[in-house]
Design a protein around this ligand. Structure first.
Ligand SMILES: N[C@@H](CCC(=O)N[C@@H](CS)C(=O)NCC(=O)O)C(=O)O
Length: 220
């Protein structure tokens, strides 16, 4: 039985997207099961859906050989043990890649709250609060630094193949697209590479077939 990755609504679940991209980029055979997060009656449904497969109550959750891990970064590390090229080979580059991934995993709360992941959404440009502007500037600085030092001719942060930080930044690129955030030309080029990635395109195609909607997020 191949590993099974439980994920949330593909239109909205950014953490699910990250783990799924890493598994695909690592060419690890796995099955995907999509769970509906939110929607009417979710409080009662949650026990029989997410909590039934993920003790933390969150997705993504990976099941293999009777084991369960339920965190996107832990799943990415599990994948990298099987597919080491998911991290850059060079030790210094790898340290920077881990730092960027961890920063994405643990920070940017304002961006996540005010620009929720919503692949379908195309909002008009607007002025953001100071905390969002600060976080956007920080992300642009991280991208610019990594790109200048490690990308070579790109198109990803650490070269020709996508690595784990690229997966962690892909839902950021979708947020910038959804909410019409203006980026520097080099950051926009990198964001476009993430959005053009074949595995991301496959995820996006599946998300367009999804019928669930979360009105509380669609208005953000
Ligand atoms: N730190 C976790 C966060 C996972 C998370 O918050 N996932 C959201 C979906 S994107 C979730 O499962 N929320 C629970 C719910 O909506 O019931 C990770 O990196 O996997």
């Amino acid at each position: 039985m191949p590993p099974v990755l439980y994920i949330g609504n593909q239109n909205y679940s950014s953490w699910s997207m990250r783990a799924w991209l890493v598994m695909r980029w690592g060419k690890i055979p796995f099955e995907t099961r999509v769970l509906q997060l939110g929607g009417p009656g979710y409080g009662e449904r949650q026990m029989s859906t997410v909590l039934a497969v993920s003790p933390s109550g969150t997705v993504p959750a990976l099941h293999w050989d009777g084991e369960v891990i339920s965190d996107s970064l832990a799943i990415s590390e599990w994948a990298a043990e099987r597919a080491p090229t998911l991290w850059p080979r060079d030790e210094t580059a790898r340290a920077y890649a881990r730092a960027a991934t961890c920063e994405m995993h643990s920070s940017f709360g304002a961006l996540r709250a005010k620009l929720p992941c919503n692949l379908r959404r195309r909002a008009e440009p607007r002025r953001w609060s100071e905390d969002v502007d600060r976080e956007i500037a920080r992300i642009e600085a991280v991208w610019a630094l990594l790109y200048a030092r490690f990308a070579g001719t790109g198109p990803y942060l650490f070269g020709a193949s996508p690595t784990i930080p690229d997966a962690f930044f892909t839902p950021v690129a979708t947020r910038f697209r959804s909410y019409a955030v203006t980026l520097s030309s080099e950051c926009q080029r990198y964001a476009d590479s993430l959005l053009g990635n074949e595995a991301f395109q496959a995820w996006q195609a599946e998300s367009t077939r999804e019928v669930w909607s979360m009105p509380e997020w669609d208005g953000a």
